[in-house]
Write a protein that binds this ligand. Structure first.
Ligand SMILES: [Cu+2]
Length: 165
């Protein structure tokens, strides 16, 4: 590979890292439907922004977990019906949003949004450190695998030799 090509590869790699580190903006078309799939498919990072895009009669109410599960809008953390409504997720954790109009919430117009801690896509329970012991464990496993290959090869050769007689 030429020095120029190497430099280009390095640049592309740097750009990818920068892209990963940058905050993302998500838009949710907030309407009467079920959002269970959205929260499962989108794990946010700290700094990401979610904008709910909607009009009347919908609202975006941020609720406690208990109120979210019960579709109870008596004590919202915040409420807005002026759409669009944007939220910046400035720390790890899960926040709960639902529409207060009619029975929209109980029909599925609710979403729990989880923010990972930034070291992984999925949250605080699997940060980088556990990867190190795995890496060390790979060496003995590699040795075992190599031994197994040699054993199989040896048996194969033995079989061929036996078959020749
Ligand atoms: Cu609604």
């Amino acid at each position: 590979m030429s020095p120029l090509a190497k430099a280009l590869v390095a640049l592309v790699a740097l750009a990818s890292v920068a892209e990963l580190a940058a905050a993302k903006n998500y838009t949710i078309q907030w309407t009467l439907k079920s959002y269970g799939d959205w929260s499962a498919a989108n794990i946010l990072r700290v700094g990401d922004v979610v904008e709910f895009s909607y009009g009347r009669p919908h609202t975006v109410d941020e609720l406690s977990k208990a109120d979210y599960e019960a579709c109870s809008f008596a004590n919202p953390i915040s409420t807005d019906n002026s759409g669009p409504t944007a939220f910046t997720f400035d720390k790890a954790g899960t926040r709960y949003f639902a529409c207060a109009a009619g029975t929209h919430c109980s029909q599925g117009q609710k979403v729990a949004i989880t923010v990972g801690d930034g070291t992984t896509g999925g949250g605080a329970q699997s940060p980088a450190p556990p990867a190190a012991p795995k890496g060390n464990a790979a060496a003995p496993m590699g040795g075992a695998a190599e031994f197994a290959v040699k054993l199989v090869l040896g048996l194969g050769v033995g079989g061929v030799v036996l078959a020749a007689f």
